[in-house]
Write a protein that binds this ligand. Structure first.
Ligand code: GLN
Length: 353
């Protein structure tokens, strides 16, 4: 989709003002670590509120329907939450509605596999190349038979699940759910209706797993791996829980609310780099161009974007564009990032004066 371009002068004025004013309470940093461009909590709340008002009536996109349960979700639901690495929360809209995490789960299963195996083994077996193809592409697997592309396309995500070692499929599922819950700082649960709906219709994912077996790129029973993967995609999260998960990545792997270490520090840059390369599937290049933040979307309508060291934003709004990315979530995050001047590729975002 074409992401809206917002004029920069307002943002520059805001950043210049914040730098000059030397805001005492910075949104994302403690006083010993403050960044010259980190905005205040009030500024972030104001921009989040503006984005919510601006996009709440947007009618672009449509709910995913290849998983029948997702077509039933109210298309008007819209929630926005931003959380800083020092635990400040700003929000607007439907932030407590539980929806299926879908592909955003892939980030956290990658993190779990990396916690266990280290980045080199995971990189060798899974890879981190953008495929430029839809998330469920069979062609990408055939064209890249020596690896799975990356952990965020379905084939790579199923292979990542197969890498996680556990005594049984049930034990593996429980490990994954516990890990996601630690990242969210709350006990997450399976949305049974979504799981049943996807399990009854996921012939494409079973075909991908069979192809991975042909190329010897899957490391546990293929159908069992698809089933655990389907469960992980059906975990229910609220926008608020998702924002905490994103802020855990922003906070070097430590949950900023519970202060528990979840992801090994040394794995965070690799995970964020894969989010930048492949987080929005075949929309990833356009996203990097326009927004410049590592992010991950899911066909349940969620997107998380991470501003490393500062915070994260999660948006939930079910209607999707053709690549499977939430239309309102993309517009909202793009607007907030533009207004706050947090594009990672901008020298201003890292403090150039
Ligand atoms: N469970 C979904 C699938 O396998 C996840 C896809 C997504 O969110 N892009 O198709």
């Amino acid at each position: 989709m074409k992401v809206i371009s917002v004029r920069r002068n307002a943002r520059l004025a805001l950043v210049a003002f914040l730098v000059c004013a030397g805001f005492p309470v910075l949104f994302a940093q403690t006083s010993t670590q403050r960044s010259p461009v980190a905005p205040s909590r009030e500024q972030v709340q104001a921009v989040v509120d503006q984005a919510y008002e601006k996009f709440k009536s947007d009618t672009g996109g449509k709910n995913a329907d290849y998983i029948p349960a997702l077509a039933q979700v109210d298309s008007k639901l819209f929630g926005v939450v931003a959380i800083s690495t020092d635990g400040q929360i700003v929000s607007d809209g439907d932030i407590d509605h539980a929806f299926s995490i879908q592909s955003i789960s892939k980030v956290f299963s990658l993190a779990l596999a990396m916690n266990e195996l280290g980045p080199d083994a995971v990189f060798a077996k899974i890879g981190s190349e953008p495929t430029g193809r839809p998330f469920n592409s069979v062609d990408a697997v055939v064209d890249m038979p020596s690896h799975t592309g990356n952990a965020f396309v379905n084939a790579g995500a199923i292979a990542t699940v197969s890498l996680i070692s556990a005594p049984s499929a049930d034990a593996k599922w429980q490990m994954i759910l516990d890990f996601y819950s630690k990242a969210a700082g709350e006990n997450l649960t399976l949305l049974e209706d979504v799981y049943k709906s996807e399990a009854a219709t996921n012939t494409g994912n079973r075909a991908l797993a069979a192809l991975l077996l042909k190329y010897e790129r899957i490391y546990a029973d293929p159908l069992e791996s698809v089933d655990v993967y389907t469960k992980q995609c059906s975990v229910g999260v609220t926008a608020k829980q998702l924002a905490v998960m994103g802020a855990t990545l922003a906070n070097d792997g430590i949950n900023p609310i519970t202060h528990e270490r979840v992801i090994k520090s040394e794995n965070v840059p690799e995970i964020l780099s894969t989010m930048m390369m492949a987080g929005l599937y075949d929309g990833s290049g356009g996203w990097a161009w326009h927004v410049g933040l590592p992010a991950k979307s899911g066909v349940g309508g969620g997107i998380i974007a991470v501003f490393p060291g500062k915070g994260a934003i999660a948006v939930f709004a079910p209607p999707l564009d053709e690549a499977g990315n939430s239309v309102k979530a993309q517009k909202t995050i793009n607007y907030v990032a533009e207004q706050l001047g947090i594009n990672l590729f901008s020298p201003r975002s890292v403090g150039l004066k």
